[in-house]
Design a protein. Sequence first.
Length: 381
Amino acid sequence: MQNKNPYFFLILSIIITVPFWVAFACGDKKSEDKPAAEKPADPGKPGAPEAPAELKVASSLTGAGATFPFPLYSKWADAYGKDTGLKLNYQAIGSGGGVAQIKKKTVDFGASDEPMKPEDLQKEGLFQFPMAIGGVVPVINVEGIADGALKLSPAVLCGIYLGDIKKWDHEELRKLNEGVNLPAKDIAVVYRSDGSGTTWIFTDYLSRVCPAWKDKVGAGKSVQWPVGMGGKGNPGVAAYVKQTAGSIGYVEFAYALQNQLPAAQLANKDGQYVKPSIESFMAAAKHADWENAPGFFMVLNDQPGAETWPIAGATFILMHREQKDEAKVRAMFRFFDWCYRSGAAMAKELHYVPMPENVIELVAKKWASEITANGKPVALK
């Protein structure tokens, strides 16, 4: 039956359309009123919509320094970047270069395996904290000698690097390695040519166990080597050892594994010969009293314990105490906090020792009290 009312269809369209627009407007209003925590966009994530100033986080960071932790930092940065979009440009130029760059403020953070002394931190306006612990190991390229087959005492290792022990079949080496076929071949010594925290750990160890080394050479990121040839960075030393028959060098353990370089056993403070491993590094790390270490200054060389690897150390991050860019500070806090809490398994995979929970909490408290942006503390979240 046809409706003769001329306004029938106009009235019908209004009845249908008005509820739709009311529902749409209410839905949009509800979305606007939705709490920030329930919204799908994360204001702290790089690339997210504009966020309140206190939640802003930088989308990129720059760092430079130690090659010792580079395999670990690289893996952490890749995983964290995929999760958050953060781009980290870390230059593995050696601890000396990292300290120089953070002093000049050309990078957001520096990295060093030699901890800065509290008075030097104060002078430069810097704050440091440990990220992980690893071991420095003597590696060799001697035909017929497999990984872990060669034993070295502190005195023999020192004698080799002083140039006093020149041949692989030297009497002192034969005494330690009965049954090992030691060739009558010259020992080719390899060391770091750049300013290096790995070198500092190694030479600090030699200074502790060998009076002659302490008197003639001493400890430092860069020293006057009595003998040998220099390679740049841990990769450079590893490459020289790998391509030079009859050579010995020192590298962070991850580089020994990556390059399949045989590592020597080393006698520790208890007189026990131990192989480098995450377990022997952990045995060294357990003696660290971080809570009572001013400026987190800590040296882990030549620690007691039958299972302890004797050449170990932490790797440190350096930041300026007073910052101008709050977003960058928060980005650093979040990245390093993620490394501590979510990156521990990755650290173990690469044979680094993750920092224990009590140290992580201690560092977080120090961030809150020691680091400021424009005179104000920077909240992590």
